[in-house]
Each structure stands twice: as C-alpha cells, then as structure tokens.
Design a protein around this ligand. Sequence first.
Ligand SMILES: Nc1ncnc2c1ncn2[C@@H]1O[C@H](COP(=O)(O)OP(=O)(O)OP(=O)(O)O)[C@@H](O)[C@H]1O
Length: 370
Amino acid sequence: MPVTTDAPRATRTSVGTHAVEVIGVGKSFGPVRALDHVDLHLDDGGFLAVLGPSGCGKTTLLRCLAGFERIDEGRLAVHGRAVALPGIHLPPHRRQVAVVPQEGALFPHLSVADNVGFGLPRRSPRAQRSRRVEECLELVGLAGLGRRMPHELSGGQQQRVALARALAPRPPLVLLDEPFSALDASLRVELRRDVRDALHADGATAILVTHDQGEALSMADQVAVMRDGRVHQVAPPEEVYAAPVDAWVASFVGEADLFPVPGTDAEGLVDTPLGRVEVTGGADDATHVLVRPEQVVLDGHGIPAQVRTVDFHGHDALVTLALDDGTLVRSRSGAHPPAVGARVGLRVQGACRAVPGGLPGPSPAPRPAR
Ligand SMILES: Nc1ncnc2c1ncn2[C@@H]1O[C@H](COP(=O)(O)OP(=O)(O)OP(=O)(O)O)[C@@H](O)[C@H]1O
C-alpha cells in the first residue's frame, strides 16, 4: 500500500522507507491551524490525491512540501532526505520538487521545447537534452510541437507543456496544484486521463491537490481526505467511496444519504425510512447507515415516494424523491428518469455501510439533495 497515515482507523507503517514522508507536520498562520499533526507516507511511483474542501489546508501542505512555506512542527522528507524540520528549511530550488501550478505559468518568450528543457542541467550534452525534451513532449501527447510559442497553444496544451517541463528533470516528486481548474469540463476529463498515464509511464511519484472528488477518485492510487487541517482517511479511491471512515467523509466523497441507526438486529438488518436494509462493515461506534444513490432503485412494490427534482446528465440522472414522511432520498436512475411529480416505489439494493457520525461541524445526516 503506497500511502499510510495516523488518521482515525488507518494503519501506519514504518518510517524511513518511503519516497515522501510527512510526519506530525503542523503549520499555523496566526490563530489559524492550517495543518494539524499531518502524517502521510507515499511510496516511489505512487500517486496520491489530497482531497478536501476549501480552507482544509491542502494548498498549505503542498506549499510546505515545495518549500514555499516553513513548517512549525514535524518533519518532511523526500527520498530519505529531510527537507524540513523545525529550524531546518531547504529552499525550493534545493528540494528538486517540481510543481505544476493551476495555470501553466510557461515562460512566454521561450518556445515549447525551451520551456520543457528549462530545468535540465546545462552541462548535459545538447543531444541528450533534446532527446529528453522530445520524450516528455511525447509523454504528454505533444510530439512535434516543440517549436511553437506558448501563445500558439490552447489552455489544455499549455498545461500539458507545464507537466512535461515538470517531468523533464526526473524530479523525485511532482506536485500538482489543481492543475485543471482553469479548463472546461470535457477538456478536464480528457487531460486527467492523459496526465495520469504520463505520470505512470514516466514512473513519477506525484501528489495532486484538489477539491474535486471526481478528479481525485479517477486519477490517484490513493486518496487522502482532509478537513480542518487534519487527514481523516487515506485509502484507495474505491475504499474511500465504499468504506468511508465517518459520515463526513461519506458526504464529501460522492452523494450520500445518511440515516440514524436505531440498532441492528441479530441478522445485521437495520430499520431505515427506506425499509429494512442489510448493514455490513461498520465500526462499533457507527451511528448512521450510508445509502448511495445508485443503491436506491425504483420498484413498484417498494416504499412509496414522489419525485421532487431530476438532474439529468445524459448517461444517467440524479433523482430526488420525498417519502410520505417527508424524508428526502436520492436515486441514480438510467437515462430515462421518472417525471417530476410521479409517484414511484423505492427499494435499497445491496448491503449498506454503517459509519460513525460524531465529528465536529454540521451534521451530515440525513442530507437531502436540495
Ligand atoms: N499566508 C496565509 N496567511 C494567513 N492564513 C493563511 C495563509 N495561507 C493559508 N491560510 C489559511 O490557512 C487555512 C488553510 O488554507 P489552504 O490554502 O491551505 O486551504 P485549501 O484547502 O488549499 O483551500 P482552497 O481549496 O480554497 O485553496 C485557511 O484557513 C486559510 O485562510
């Protein structure tokens, strides 16, 4: 497993064998505790997404790793080399950590090839530098465009050049700071896939910072979910979605309807407004049953409900329904959703997860769509 943490219910492995180590890192800005005892480990070639809402501290973590901010407590190491301890702060240029910023920030007066080759050692033979530049342009799908100037490229192509520039010197760590936020939705999806493939093909170790769940889940091998300066869970994307450590993570990562657990019977069945559901997994302190919209299916013999809203997405739709007691639930239907106002029956399909919900902040349960 490439990443571990001291977050609740996660396991921590030994220190000293990882490509990136973040150990007990704290950072405050005056009274604001931006990072609160953050522990993360990432193996060589791993790809970690740090996911969290605005203000949770993810950019601060990235800036501390890059060397743009000093840490107050803890230790940061890259490939076994301590780059930050309290009192010790290696400047950014001595960390060999490459950053891909939100908007490419290419040198406008340099060609694409010169931008990509910018960080390569001047002393290495010219032919070798050109080969690496071509290799990196090919990795990001821009082979043959080295002579263009940045202004002759689209926004997506500029981000590809920024990635190629970051990869060229084979840095021990690549940091991606919401690199797709300036792009339109369809381009973003295409670029996510290409960037993930390019990083894997080059064997790069990378950390992506994002508030976009889709981006984190589709790109990374491991996802660290942050809130209020703390890491709540680190796990592969499928596990963060299917087995969130608490109700807050469940609600933040995907759509979640959460119902209080009144108690489980001997067969592991729980009464919810959607009928009796099978519950698996959950911790001893579980307080809520998590039901994902794809588990709520239309069934003429099911619990009666009325369609309130339909968010149509082409390939599917997210339908919000009101049960007769007023509880709102969501169902992900196929491309032919029921009409607003229609009376339908609902059934929960498959086992549900029980999760603890007692975290600070607004109660996530039950959370209607709108
Ligand atoms: N230079 C600074 N001075 C004072 N407070 C700061 C500074 N940088 C960050 N903070 C505060 O630290 C907290 C964490 O900020 P950070 O930018 O790391 O969050 P974030 O998760 O990256 O948010 P966003 O997604 O909005 O960029 C916030 O409360 C922010 O206001």
